[in-house]
Design a protein around this ligand. Structure first.
Ligand code: SAM
Length: 252
């Protein structure tokens, strides 16, 4: 009897996954992994080398992770740790994040940046019209009551400047050529991944910097655009066990 009950529960869960689950980014990612696992889906060949998380930064240097709990829409704990290690290793004084969401990553970037550093983060207000179309499922991340709630009232808040707008029309001009670190994690639609990548490039132009993209291998448009622009970021690598692509270099 208990076997039958468990069987029906599993069947209901599988049905949910195959129907309404396609609207949830997290469940879609399970579906993609399952399809790859059973050979229905082939991963496209990647132009990026793979590095292990422990080969990044100094594994013995302490990092601060002030907000451990990941919620849907956040980066994973491993990804957050890699971001923190990169910031510790490169000590950028000006950091930019495209896609604030609840501010968990923003806070970690600020907690690991050197004394006097400033973190800027941009988020799309739910009511703002966008220049390009967003992908359907990502509206969930846009439509929230407060952006950056997880750094509000924390010790890191004084080092964070919050901006609101559409990344395709926002004026990044005042910070061009000044950022030492950019985290691209806004819209996952191809048009946005392209323009956000161009913005990241301009923000870091002419100086040694790090650009990190989230959701490689997870959101098809992110993967496709990163493959398209890979030649512009020589030496960019993906981090095993994560959806991060990292470029450490100097944009001409
Ligand atoms: C996946 S969440 C970011 C997660 C966050 N970086 C973290 O690590 O927790 C994507 C964010 O990008 C924002 N966003 C989506 N489209 C945008 C746009 N066109 N301009 C600026 N922000 C955008 C959404 O509102 C959402 O907060």
């Amino acid at each position: 009897m208990s076997f039958l009950k468990a069987w029906f529960q599993a069947a209901a869960a599988a049905l949910t996954l195959l129907t309404v689950g396609t609207f949830s980014p997290r469940l879609r990612s399970y579906l993609r992994r399952f399809a790859t696992e059973v050979g229905i889906r082939k991963e496209p060949a990647s132009p990026f080398q793979t590095r292990t998380p422990d080969s990044i930064g100094d594994p013995s240097a302490p990092v601060a992770i002030p907000d451990l709990e990941a919620r849907e829409g956040n980066v994973s704990l491993l990804e957050l740790t890699v971001l923190a290690r990169l910031v510790r290793a490169r000590h950028p004084m000006l950091l930019w994040e495209i896609g604030t969401f609840d501010g968990r990553t923003t806070r970690t970037l600020a907690a690991n940046a050197p004394e006097g550093a400033q973190v800027h983060t941009l988020d799309l207000p739910p009511t703002q019209a966008t220049r390009h179309q967003l992908t359907g499922p990502e509206r969930t991340f846009v439509e929230k009551s407060t952006s950056g709630a997880r750094f509000h009232g924390t010790p890191e808040q004084s080092r964070i400047t919050q901006h609101f707008g559409d990344s395709a029309s926002f004026d990044f001009g005042p910070w061009e050529g000044q950022a030492g670190f950019v985290f691209v994690d806004g819209s996952h639609a191809a048009a946005y991944v392209r323009t956000d990548t161009a913005r990241a490039h301009h923000l870091t132009e002419g100086r040694p910097a790090v650009i990190v993209w989230h959701d490689y291998g997870e959101w098809p448009d992110v993967t496709a655009v990163l493959h398209e622009v890979a030649h512009l970021f020589p030496g960019a690598y993906r981090v095993a066990g994560t959806t991060l692509v990292v470029w450490e270099g100097q944009a001409p």
